[in-house]
Design a protein around this ligand. Structure first.
Ligand SMILES: Nc1ncnc2c1ncn2[C@@H]1O[C@H](COP(=O)(O)OP(=O)(O)O)[C@@H](O)[C@H]1O
Ligand SMILES: [Mg+2]
Length: 326
């Protein structure tokens, strides 16, 4: 008998997100499906505007008012897209936490760190002040904020950028969520601090078993961190595979283009190649490969047919066989 596979923690099924705007619809996310297992680290990679943040926001029920979302986001058997706000509020913070790029946008400049952290468990778990303080201290230790006890009364502006992002991660951890969505968590930080924050997220996953979705435009960040990577273009998944495969045997021309644009530390003189052309037109519903106008491997069919995401452990949405790619 084959062992029963564990059900995924979160399952995104045929998610499409459109925005109504003054001059027509914007098709931001198109028929996206993926699963996140317990304890898994999944990277969602793509250029700016490819729909990464909208996927995260839809999971949190935070889409803009002009958005329409179709499909299912299954978490604990509920479809998050259909849950009433009161139930969604229970899941937000307690089950799923989110970290944004700019720590200052998540922090209240007028509140002490103790209040910002404490309020979360007081609100969501009915914790008392003293329990909240205790938990805040534990979490500050977990995110390695030195001298936590003496910093409880500090304000966000008294912290460095890296320390602020640690506070934001601490906020996400207060209710011990099963899943953390990290949307470009290190983009606003310099490289050494960036490495420390990535290490911290890694430790959190290992110590607490939290699943992490790392959203980034930087494929270089993903290499040592996520076991699996999903590549988005024009709001559609181009390729999804174990990260090692993505780097060693990329199966999609877009992924290959992205890899040529990642700086190589071992060879700083190596030429960086930007992908020529401009981002896809999101005003029209997708009917053919969104990448074909920029693709070096495109054939006539690519402008006419919509490739499906196919494969087992490694999936790709491309009409051309891998062996024939340049
Ligand atoms: N409220 C909105 N109204 C119209 N278009 C929007 C809105 N929010 C986002 N978009 C569009 O959705 C697309 C995907 O955005 P986003 O998910 O933020 O991209 P990124 O991959 O950079 O995170 C972009 O083209 C963006 O302009
Ligand atoms: Mg974004």
């Amino acid at each position: 008998m084959t062992p029963h596979p564990k059900p995924p923690l979160l399952s995104v099924r045929n998610l499409s997100i459109r925005f109504r705007t003054g001059d027509g619809m914007v098709h931001a996310v198109n028929d996206v499906s993926f699963d996140i297992a317990r304890g898994q680290k999944l990277a969602v990679v793509g250029e700016s505007g490819s729909g990464k943040s909208q996927i995260a926001l839809s999971i949190m029920g935070l889409l803009a008012r002009n958005a329409q979302a179709e499909g299912e986001i299954l978490f604990d058997r509920s479809n998050l897209l259909k849950l009433p706000t009161s139930e969604l509020n229970n899941i937000r913070a307690r089950e799923i936490g989110i970290i944004f790029q700019d720590p200052m946008s998540s922090l209240n400049p007028y509140m002490t760190i103790e209040r910002q952290l404490g309020e979360i468990v007081e609100l969501h778990e009915g914790a008392s002040r003293s329990t909240a303080r205790k938990r805040a201290l534990e979490v500050m230790d977990a995110v390695r904020i030195p001298d936590a006890k003496n910093r409880l009364k500090s304000y966000a502006h008294e912290f460095s950028g890296g320390m602020r992002q640690r506070v934001v991660i601490a906020m996400a951890l207060m209710c011990q969520p099963k899943l953390i969505l990290a949307d470009e968590p290190t983009t606003a930080l310099d490289v050494t601090v960036q490495a420390q924050i990535m290490q911290l997220l890694d430790d959190i996953q290992r110590d607490l078993g939290t699943s992490i979705v790392l959203i980034t435009h930087d494929l270089g960040l993903v290499a040592g961190f996520c076991e699996d990577t999903l590549v988005l273009y024009g709001g559609r998944i181009m390729e999804q595979a174990p990260t090692l495969e993505i780097f060693e045997k990329p199966g999609h021309p877009y992924t290959r283009g992205l890899l040529r644009a990642v700086p190589n530390i071992g060879d700083p003189a190596a030429k960086l190649l930007a992908i020529p052309g401009s981002p896809p037109n999101q005003r029209r519903a997708i009917a053919s490969c969104p990448f074909h106008p920029r693709c070096v491997d495109a054939v006539t069919d690519c402008a006419e047919k919509l490739p499906q995401l196919d494969g087992g452990n490694s999936k790709r949405a491309c009409l051309r066989p891998v062996e024939e790619l340049t």
